[in-house]
Ligand binder design. Structure first.
Ligand SMILES: Cc1cc2nc3c(=O)[nH]c(=O)nc-3n(C[C@H](O)[C@H](O)[C@H](O)COP(=O)(O)O)c2cc1C
Length: 325
């Protein structure tokens, strides 16, 4: 997919949010199969790390498969030259776009001058976007951010970002200080929509949306070009499938997908990432069924697909018919 894929997407756009140690390559592959969103993003990857001798290890976070396209690599950091170099790498790896994280509230990330702390340094933020655009060899560059750092400063911040003409700005409708303690302030996004009205930059809203219906209602209410959904994907790779209501997915079907997810996880990450990272998904897939608690408890200690399969088979569900890859 060459050029700016954002402009070729049918609006409204429904995007899968990047979530570190959640929307990794295996889960994105499962999501693309059961309910494909209009865009997928990688987890955020450090530009410092990708420009260091330890780069090889981080490349596991930039694994993707063709069925995920359009797939955008998300990066974070504070040094424009490293963004330039990383953008070149992302282009060479065949991604469809580059997204810059200017919203991460993590203390370590912010203390280093990256993530949400760039909201406090608008001049550097612009330099970073421009360096990324220069390095990306024509790939569209977008930004994911929050509406402010200590307080709501959406108007001046979005205005600042628009000066660099990014392909899209995704706004998580909270400040950094809010963390996730207050509800996302969706009424504020109309200001960003108005600011970008005559620009090519798309405005995507994010925060607390549970399903496609709520996303569509928000588009209707606010005029955003699209909505990004994050945590609602836990245990529900059908989230973006308009024909499926997760309430109607049987336990057997969920177990089948859980096992498939675990197989893909091992295939992609064997020797590269601990199986323990996969366990949080088990909790999400298994709830509201008789015996859920016991099954979750047993799966919490697993270290391989085989162990997962055996435990599920012991529960006399479909696990025994599932071939070990
Ligand atoms: C476990 C977890 C990891 C996250 N990792 C990232 C990340 O790597 N990059 C990013 O831009 N946002 C990250 N986020 C924020 C989400 O992309 C999203 O903005 C946030 O969850 C709000 O959307 P939601 O209410 O639909 O979940 C993460 C959120 C969670 C819960």
């Amino acid at each position: 997919m060459n050029g700016n894929f954002w402009n070729r997407l049918k609006k409204p756009i429904f995007a899968m949010a990047p979530m570190a140690d959640v929307t990794d390559a295996p889960f994105r592959r499962i999501i693309a199969k059961y309910g494909k969103p209009d865009i997928l993003f990688t987890e955020f990857v450090s530009t410092d790390g990708l420009c260091s001798p330890g780069k090889e290890k981080l490349l596991r976070d930039l694994i993707y498969s063709e069925e995920e396209r359009p797939i955008v690599a998300q990066i974070f950091g504070k040094n424009p030259e490293k963004f330039y170099e990383t953008a070149k790498l992302i282009h060479a790896l065949g991604f469809d776009g580059v997204d810059i994280n200017m919203g991460c509230p993590d203390r370590r990330v912010c203390r280093s001058g990256a993530g949400a702390s760039l909201i406090e340094n608008p001049a550097l933020a612009k330099e970073i976007i421009i360096a990324t655009q220069e390095g990306s060899n024509g790939l569209p560059v977008s930004v994911k951010t929050r509406m402010g750092y200590h307080k709501n400063e959406l108007e001046t911040w979005v205005q600042n970002l628009l000066e660099t003409r990014p392909a899209a700005i995704t706004i998580h409708l909270r400040t950094k200080k809010d963390m996730s303690k207050v509800d996302a302030r969706w009424d504020e996004i109309v200001l960003a929509v108005a600011l970008a009205k005559d620009e090519e930059t798309l405005i995507i809203g994010n925060g607390d949306i549970q399903n496609l219906k709520e996303a569509r209602d928000m588009v209707e209410k606010t005029g955003v070009d699209g909505v990004m959904l994050g945590r609602a994907i836990f245990g529900n790779p059908w989230l973006f499938n308009p024909d499926v209501n997760v309430e109607n997915i049987s336990f057997e079907e969920k177990m089948k997908v859980l096992l498939e997810h675990a197989v893909v996880y091992e295939e992609v990450f064997q020797g590269k990432k601990k199986f323990a990272v996969m366990r949080k998904h088990f909790k999400a897939y298994i709830s509201g069924f008789p015996g859920s608690k016991e099954l979750r408890g047993a799966l919490e200690k697993t270290n391989s697909f085989k162990e997962v399969k055996n435990i599920i088979a012991d529960f006399r569900y479909i696990g025994k018919d599932f071939e070990v890859a």
